[in-house]
Design a protein around this ligand. Structure first.
Ligand SMILES: CSC[C@@H](O)[C@@H](O)C(=O)COP(=O)(O)O
Ligand SMILES: [Zn+2]
Length: 214
């Protein structure tokens, strides 16, 4: 099997899993996977498609400048520039972007602080951090409508082969050495966001109940 087909199948499998989690609301989200280093070529999702559907037009091959390698009527994701930053600046092999209600709410709650820190959660081990009471933080950047400005802001946080950035009221982009790593990190981040929001809302209910019973 060619490297291209292998990577296509790998990305298609990840896309299907994220779709099964219902993480592609209203055509949002995009995915990419590196196919070769020299020249740098990666598969990226086609723009504007319903990512829950599986078709043979789901991805197209682009180069380090985000240009189609072969002539096609398909348009690369509107956010291809962010994926380019990942492959041009690191040795990552896969980059995933999704919009969820939880990641949007977290980004709005902590957007002014510019980051959110999580600690003492077992799932932090999914990021390869094994110390007791470990901390992990994710930066939150402004959602520039102009994609080159967004990609420029995003690039300040693209330093290692794995990482993640929250874009305020937009979504999360996670990258990793492999598709397996990127998906694992994405799931761990969404777990942390969901846990945190649930904890805040339960605490709020308990506080209200305590106030009523005074
Ligand atoms: C309809 S979601 C908004 C889009 O502008 C974008 O943020 C997104 O995630 C999907 O864009 P796409 O061009 O399909 O990759
Ligand atoms: Zn998006």
């Amino acid at each position: 099997m060619s490297q291209l087909l292998k990577r296509w199948n790998e990305l298609a499998e990840v896309k299907e899993e994220l779709a099964n989690r219902d993480w592609f609301f209203g055509t949002s989200g995009n995915l990419s996977i590196k196919v070769s280093n020299e020249p740098l070529h990666f598969l990226v999702s086609s723009s504007g498609k319903d990512k829950r559907k599986k078709t043979n037009e789901d991805f197209l091959l682009v180069d380090k400048n985000g240009k189609q390698v072969e002539s096609t009527s398909l348009k690369p994701s509107a956010e291809t520039l962010l994926h380019q930053q990942v492959y041009n600046k690191t040795n990552a092999g896969c980059s995933l972007h999704i919009h969820t209600v939880d990641n949007n709410v977290i980004s709005e709650l902590y957007g002014d602080a510019g980051e959110i820190v999580f600690k003492s959660q077992e799932i932090i081990k999914a990021f390869g951090i094994w110390e007791e009471d470990a901390e992990i933080k994710i930066p939150i950047i402004y959602n520039f409508a102009d994609i080159p400005s967004l990609a420029n802001e995003f690039s300040h946080y693209v330093k290692e082969d794995t990482g993640a950035v929250l874009i305020r009221n937009h979504g999360i982009t996670v990258w990793g050495k492999t598709a397996f790593d990127a998906k694992k990190h994405l799931e761990a981040w969404e777990f942390l966001f969901s846990y945190h929001l649930k904890l805040l809302s339960v605490k709020n209910v308990l506080r209200t109940q305590a106030e009523i019973s005074i």
